[in-house]
Design a protein around this ligand. Structure first.
Ligand code: SF4
Ligand code: SF4
Ligand code: FES
Length: 216
């Protein structure tokens, strides 16, 4: 049976249910924690973006809030020197493989990277880590949307939507390390894949990698 508990996040007392995931509890209570890869309802979080760090009283290092269940009496800080340092580094690393250019991006003003930068006062430009500028090709083959891997942050939201909501399975992660990308089976174009153009993956994309075409 679910037990009601009280936790504290940034001095705010919150009534919640034991075992819920801290990130979702914070967001539901208007406490913003940066996050890209977390997916509500997914049993095993990827915890790959490393943006959702917080500190918890009694723990000697920051933890990712998307993997942390809540417990009674938990005291959480979303902003500490350690947390801010980790989030800044994760953000800068992420940008090093992200082709910036917001003015010409379909997600301009509605982009999760822009939101993180604004909330955490981080620079939305390449700073400490040089831009890798990997050569990637835009897949413009679907009638209703296009995929630009150079804007992809590898959050996995589109794959979850494709597999778990649309139940199609047209896309997945391919390759490892720096070459990691979202791709169709056999790297065929989306048009030649089982994609039904339902658009759920496009809606799930938090940045300008998947975007609807203008006439859609
Ligand atoms: S995805 Fe976001 S941060 Fe990147 S270019 Fe587009 S609007 Fe800018
Ligand atoms: S295409 Fe969008 S939703 Fe899919 S992994 Fe890249 S950034 Fe995430
Ligand atoms: S949201 Fe927690 S690591 Fe990405």
């Amino acid at each position: 049976m679910s037990r009601e508990i009280t936790i504290t996040i940034d001095d705010k007392k919150i009534r919640t249910v034991e075992g819920k995931i801290l990130l979702w509890v914070a967001l539901a209570n208007d406490i913003y924690i940066p996050h890209l890869c977390a997916i509500e309802g997914k049993d095993l979080p990827e915890a790959s973006c490393r943006l959702c760090f917080v500190e918890i009283e009694g723990k000697n290092k920051p933890v990712t809030s998307c993997t942390q269940p809540v417990y009674d009496g938990m005291v959480v800080r979303t902003r500490t020197a350690k947390v801010d340092r980790l989030v800044k580094t994760a953000f800068e690393l992420l940008l090093s493989d992200h082709r910036l250019g917001c003015a010409s991006c379909p997600k301009n003003r509605n982009c999760e990277l822009q939101r993180i930068a604004k909330e955490r006062k981080l620079k939305l430009r390449h700073t400490r880590f040089k831009y890798l500028g990997r050569e990637t090709a835009v897949d413009d083959s679907p009638d209703s949307f296009s995929f630009d891997p150079s804007r992809c942050v590898l959050c996995g939201q589109c794959i979850w939507a494709d597999h778990e909501k649309a139940k199609v399975g047209a896309i997945g992660f391919a390759r490892r390390g720096l070459g990691r990308t979202v791709a169709t089976f056999n790297y065929e174009s989306l048009k030649d894949s089982p994609c039904t153009e339902c658009g759920l993956c496009v809606e799930a994309c938090p940045v300008g990698a998947l975007s609807f075409k203008k006439n859609t």
